[in-house]
Design a protein around this ligand. Structure first.
Ligand code: 6PG
Length: 259
């Protein structure tokens, strides 16, 4: 007897999970944001129960914005959370381009979090000096691994349709600060300067989650997750935590290219 369509669809979905552990495909953007908020709520409860601080690096972009809005509605012990940014545009914090401004509007202005828990990248400063300063702030506040690289508890990343992540763009043109933890990048189309984490810093994290939505990214996501085509041309393909876990939170559109 032929399985009804829903049965075949269910089996296809199950096969995706078995083939690509760490990949979660949610129905739509809202479900995607809620799923990551569920994970954040669990992780923050565990940190609070163990009286631990949880260092989290955030991303810019429209998909993370939805997640921040969902997170603001959750019951979280914000005392135990320290926020950093995986990248920031070199603009003042009140500029519409600022990732900090977006995060403030969608999250920080809606929760009770101690100001000292917010580690803002000073987009208004000289880029090369700020990359040095920010790397120093991270080094002072986080434990380091055996290679002396600071270890974030969690880094949440977006993905551009050109395969960039944070502000590491194809071609990997970066002006690294001392220690190569942070660098200055230049947006390939706009020429806008940005401060970004480097791959060694990202790959030292305990947990790295990509948050991706939209069919427009399905090709890049599929190429990276399945390691097909020239996937290594995409900077996001080089995110491979040495000891931590890597996971992909996708909506149906972004996950539609995974066979
Ligand atoms: C930025 C982000 C960037 C972003 C991706 C995805 O500062 O622009 O850090 O890496 O996460 O471009 O953005 P969307 O979610 O808006 O597609």
């Amino acid at each position: 007897m032929r399985k009804p369509d829903s049965g075949r669809r269910f089996l296809r979905t199950v096969k995706k999970y078995i083939s690509f552990p760490g990949v979660r495909i949610l129905n739509d953007k809202t479900a995607l944001a809620e799923a990551l908020s569920d994970e954040f709520e669990s992780a923050s409860s565990l940190a609070a129960e163990n009286n631990r601080k949880m260092s989290v690096a955030l991303s810019g972009g429209s998909t993370p914005a939805l997640f921040f809005r969902s997170l603001a509605a959750r019951t979280i012990d914000w005392e135990s959370i320290h926020f950093y940014w995986g990248d920031e545009r070199c603009v003042p914090p009140e500029n519409i381009e600022s990732n900090y401004l977006m995060t403030s509007r969608e999250l920080l202005d809606r929760i009770q979090i101690p100001p000292e828990n917010i580690h803002r990248v000073r987009g208004e400063a000289d880029p090369d000096q700020e990359a040095e300063r920010y790397a120093g702030e991270i080094t002072r506040n986080l434990p380091s691994n055996s290679q002396g690289i600071p270890v974030f508890d969690w880094i949440i990343l977006g993905l551009g349709d050109d395969g960039h992540t944070a502000s590491i763009f194809p071609g990997f043109k970066l002006r690294p600060a001392e220690g190569f933890l942070c660098a200055v990048a230049v947006h390939p189309e706009t020429g806008q300067e940005r401060i970004t984490f480097t791959l060694p810093l990202i790959n030292s994290a305990r947990r790295v989650s990509f948050l991706v939505s939209g069919e427009g990214k399905s090709g890049v996501v599929a190429s990276i997750v399945q390691k097909t085509g020239d996937y290594l041309d995409f900077p996001a393909a080089h995110v491979s935590p040495q000891e931590g876990i890597l996971e992909w939170f996708l909506d149906r559109g972004a996950g539609s290219g995974i066979s």
